[in-house]
Design a binder for this molecule. Structure first.
Ligand SMILES: Cc1cc2nc3c(=O)[nH]c(=O)nc-3n(C[C@H](O)[C@H](O)[C@H](O)COP(=O)(O)OP(=O)(O)OC[C@H]3O[C@@H](n4cnc5c(N)ncnc54)[C@H](O)[C@@H]3O)c2cc1C
Length: 395
């Protein structure tokens, strides 16, 4: 192992491994440090919306993931009738469903094939920031330090690297939890996903095909509920909560759990300008978006593509990483803003929210184009006050 690299990534999840692949392909020396020897189901995102598929294609990983562990999901249902995504999004692409741990293996393998060095079963324990940044990690009994031109922290929603490098994290927690469970035997049409908000219950049931006949099902529910959808004892309860979405209530008759059940808090957590002192944050480490709106994977791939393009365009990597952080601020702000609008209309509780819905929903049923399409088409769509007013029926 060398002691100096162009890029060292902390984490070999989607963000770390996709960036490693992209930068190794450009001829850079890249080291990926990943804690897990083998990826397991951590209950994460398995539905990549079309704007994320466009980023995945740009990075050369879309077909690999689909062909190895996923499935195109061209049809989606939000409760207003099936929608064909390739003919109704600017990207003209389907969504993609996959098994998350299998996807991680595929993308990490692609990084290695591109020339990145991958060390697994090692845990990063410290970062030294500055003009010659370095990363210290535990490899069995041995502590090692490697230097990099740029340290990329891609260590996920509970990022320690973010703290070590003294980034300030902003938090906007919400009074909801998001549970996920991988199932076999769910009776939904192949290639169809569902995102079914139930404002009257403050709930959402989301389903995505995950390839090989599997279906990832998620349930958003209030954190004040007197139960936690967590662990094997709660699988029956999880299924009965998921069935509250009438449109899919009969799909679970033969369903069996094939993975762990876990709940996560909802809300947005982010860093403004995720670069300083030789350390750049990408993926959930930079901005963990509310899982109830399914934008995390796509945003992670946007981060990777933007960072790659900035580093490719400018030999001064300090300036390039600042340019990435400027762009990140813009698009992640749009993701958060639109998440907030969706929450206001589809999940939020209280009299004000009820009034808002009473005004907005009849108009939406009449004209579905009132619903901003950012979840599927991405943060480059306009997200100004007129878009909000149209969504909220205030125009
Ligand atoms: C319940 C739930 C449902 C979701 N559903 C969706 C969805 O449907 N669609 C969507 O787009 N997004 C969804 N998301 C979000 C999506 O899963 C994340 O945005 C995405 O996985 C982030 O990828 P990442 O590479 O940044 O982080 P991670 O996938 O968390 O990867 C981080 C990696 O870093 C490694 N690591 C961490 N610390 C260290 C260390 N100290 N040393 C070495 N390695 C380390 C970890 O082992 C891991 O492999 C969901 C999230 C949750 C919680």
């Amino acid at each position: 192992m060398n002691s100096q690299y162009d890029i060292v990534t902390i984490g070999g999840g989607l963000g770390g491994s996709a960036l490693a692949k992209a930068m190794a392909e450009l001829g850079n020396s890249v080291l990926v440090l990943e804690r897990e020897r083998q990826f397991k189901d951590r209950v994460r995102g398995e539905f990549l919306t079309p704007w994320g598929v466009a980023e995945a294609r740009e990075l050369g990983i879309y077909e690999r993931v689909r062909d190895n562990c996923g499935i195109d999901a061209p049809i989606t249902e939000l409760g207003f009738g099936p929608r064909h995504l390739p003919s109704t999004t600017p990207q003209q692409l389907p969504a993609l469903g996959f098994s998350h741990p299998e996807m991680q293996e595929v993308v990490l393998k692609a990084a290695r094939s591109a020339g990145a060095e991958v060390r697994r079963g090692v845990t990063v324990t410290a970062i030294q920031v500055g003009s010659d940044p370095s990363v210290t990690f535990q490899d069995g009994e041995t502590k090692k330090t490697v230097h990099a031109r740029l340290v990329v922290a891609a260590d996920g929603r509970t990022s320690s690297a973010r703290e070590w490098a003294a980034f300030e994290a902003h938090e906007k927690p919400q009074p909801f939890l998001f549970a996920g469970l991988l199932l076999n035997g769910v009776n939904i049409p192949e290639g169809q996903s569902f995102l079914l908000y139930m404002p009257h219950l403050a709930m959402c049931t989301a389903m995505t095909p995950a390839g090989q006949g599997r279906c990832r099902t998620y349930v958003a529910y209030q954190d004040s509920a007197d139960f936690r959808l967590q662990g094997p004892d709660q699988v029956t309860r999880f299924l009965s909560e998921a069935k509250k979405a009438e449109m899919v209530a009969n799909c679970f008759d033969d369903a069996t759990a094939i993975g762990p059940l876990a709940s996560f808090r909802c809300g947005d957590f982010w860093v403004e300008h995720p670069y300083k002192d030789g350390v750049v944050l990408i993926g959930d480490a930079a901005a963990t978006s509310d899982p109830a709106f399914g934008q995390g994977l796509a945003t992670t791939l946007r981060d990777v593509r933007v960072l790659r393009d900035c580093l490719r365009a400018d030999d001064d990597w300090d300036a390039a990483a600042h340019a990435y952080a400027d762009q990140h601020d813009r698009y992640s702000q749009v993701v958060r803003t639109v998440n907030e609008w969706f929450r206001n209309i589809f999940l939020e509780q209280g009299l004000e929210a009820d009034d808002r819905r009473a005004r907005a929903l009849p108009l939406i049923v009449e004209d579905g184009t009132r619903v901003p399409d950012h979840l599927f088409s991405g943060p480059d769509l306009p997200a100004d006050d007129s878009v909000k007013k149209r969504f909220f029926g205030e125009d």
